[in-house]
Write a protein that binds this ligand. Structure first.
Ligand SMILES: NC(=O)c1ccc[n+]([C@@H]2O[C@H](COP(=O)([O-])OP(=O)(O)OC[C@H]3O[C@@H](n4cnc5c(N)ncnc54)[C@H](OP(=O)(O)O)[C@@H]3O)[C@@H](O)[C@H]2O)c1
Length: 310
C-alpha cells in the first residue's frame, strides 16, 4: 500500500475509507474494510459514525498504532473554549485514546451550543463571528496532550488556508477537500505541495454520492470513457482508475462504500499509471464541484477555487 509522509513525520496510507452516510451499515463496512487491508479511516462528528468506526476498530484486534484515523470538529464547536470538549466527545464515542488527525470540518462557525444545524428566527443558518484562525489555535493546543497526532483543515479556500498558515505555530498537516478527475484543482494542489501540506481527496468518485445527483444530466464520473478505456489496459475499473489518478498525483483518497465487493475493489485502486495515461486524465478536468453547501450553511465557500458557486 502506498503511503505519504506528512509534515509531522507520520505516514498516511494512500487509500482511506470514507464513512459519511449509511450510519447503520458503517460498523460492518469498516470491519470489512479493515479485513480487506485498509488502515486509514475517515469519520467526523457530524456523520454520527464515530461509534460504529470505534467499535469496528476495537473489535478488529488490529493494533491501534497500525491504523490512521481522522475525525473532524463540527461547525457548532468552533469557539476556542469548546474545542477540547468536542474532541473528548469524539474520543468518547470512538472509545479510543487519540486520533491521528483532527480537522476543522468547514471554515464557517455556527452558533455555539448543541444544535448541529442552528437556525435563526428567519429560518436561515445561525452563524457566529468566530475566526477559524482562533479555532485552529485551539486545535494546536490539543497536539501536546497526545490526543491528536496531527491537525489540519477541510473545505478552506486558498485565502483561508493561507491565513491559517500565516498565523500557525504548527502548520496544517492535511487539507481534506473535494477532488476527482472532474475537479482536479491542480494549481491549488501545487500550492499545497510548495507549503508541505498533504491533500486528501474526498468524494473521489464525484457524483456517485446520491446527494450530489444532478438528475442524471452529466453521466457518472466512474463511467467517463477516458477512465474506462485506460482501465482496460491495466485490467481495472473506471472507479479504480479514478483513485489511481489521485494517488499518482500525490494525494490520498477516501472512497466510501457499504458494499463488500466495492470495498475490496476500491483498495485495489492503488497502482501505478503511465505518464501518458495521467496526461489523458488531466484532459478531462470539467471543474465540476458537487459538494457546495454555501447556501445551506450561510457562508460563501471555495472563493476563487474551481467549480465554486460564486
Ligand atoms: N470533509 C468533507 O467535507 C467531506 C465531504 C464529503 C465526503 N467526505 C469524506 O469522503 C468520503 C467519500 O466521499 P463520498 O461518500 O461523498 O463519495 P464517494 O466515495 O465519491 O462515493 C460514494 C458512493 O459511491 C458508491 N461506490 C463506491 N465504490 C464504488 C465502486 N467501486 N463502483 C461503483 N460505485 C461505488 C457508493 O455506493 P455504496 O456505498 O452503496 O457501495 C456510494 O454511493 C466520505 O464518506 C467522507 O468520509 C468528506
Amino acid at each position: 500500500m502506498t503511503t505519504f509522509k506528512l509534515n509531522t513525520g507520520a505516514s498516511i496510507p494512500a487509500v482511506g475509507f470514507g464513512t459519511w452516510q449509511d450510519v447503520g451499515s458503517q460498523e460492518k463496512a469498516v470491519a470489512e474494510a479493515l479485513k480487506a487491508g485498509y488502515r486509514h479511516i475517515d469519520t467526523a462528528r457530524i456523520y454520527g459514525t464515530e461509534q460504529a468506526v470505534g467499535n469496528a476498530i476495537r473489535k478488529s484486534g488490529i493494533p491501534r498504532e497500525e491504523i490512521f484515523l481522522t475525525t473532524k470538529l463540527w461547525n457548532n464547536k468552533h469557539h476556542p473554549d469548546d474545542v477540547e470538549q468536542a474532541l473528548k466527545d469524539s474520543l468518547n464515542d470512538l472509545g479510543l485514546d487519540y486520533v491521528d488527525l483532527y480537522l476543522i470540518h468547514w471554515p464557517v462557525a455556527f452558533k455555539r451550543g448543541e444544535e448541529k444545524f442552528p437556525k435563526g428566527p428567519d429560518g436561515k443558518p445561525a452563524t457566529e463571528d468566530i475566526d477559524y484562525v482562533d479555532t485552529y489555535k485551539a486545535l494546536e493546543k490539543l497536539v501536546s496532550t497526545g490526543k491528536v497526532k496531527a491537525i489540519g483543515v477541510s473545505n478552506f479556500s486558498k485565502e483561508e488556508i493561507q491565513r491559517v498558515v500565516d498565523n500557525a505555530t504548527i502548520p496544517p498537516a492535511v487539507h481534506q477537500l473535494e477532488g476527482h478527475p472532474w475537479l482536479q484543482q491542480r494549481a491549488f494542489a501545487d500550492w499545497h505541495k510548495k507549503n508541505g501540506i498533504h491533500v486528501t481527496h474526498y468524494s473521489p468518485f464525484g457524483n456517485q454520492n446520491e446527494l450530489y445527483s444532478r438528475e442524471g444530466k452529466i453521466g457518472r464520473l466512474i463511467e467517463d470513457p477516458v477512465l474506462v478505456e485506460i482501465g482496460k489496459k491495466y485490467n481495472k475499473s473506471g472507479a479504480q482508475v479514478a483513485l489511481a489518478w489521485a494517488i499518482n498525483e500525490g494525494h490520498s483518497v477516501l472512497p466510501k462504500s457499504k458494499t463488500p465487493e466495492r470495498i475490496r475493489q476500491n483498495i485495489e485502486g492503488d497502482f501505478k499509471l503511465d505518464e501518458e495515461d495521467l496526461k489523458k486524465i488531466r484532459g478531462i478536468d470539467r471543474k465540476l464541484r458537487f459538494n457546495d453547501s454555501s447556501e445551506d450553511f450561510g457562508y460563501q465557500f471555495f472563493k476563487g477555487l474551481d467549480g465554486a458557486s460564486a
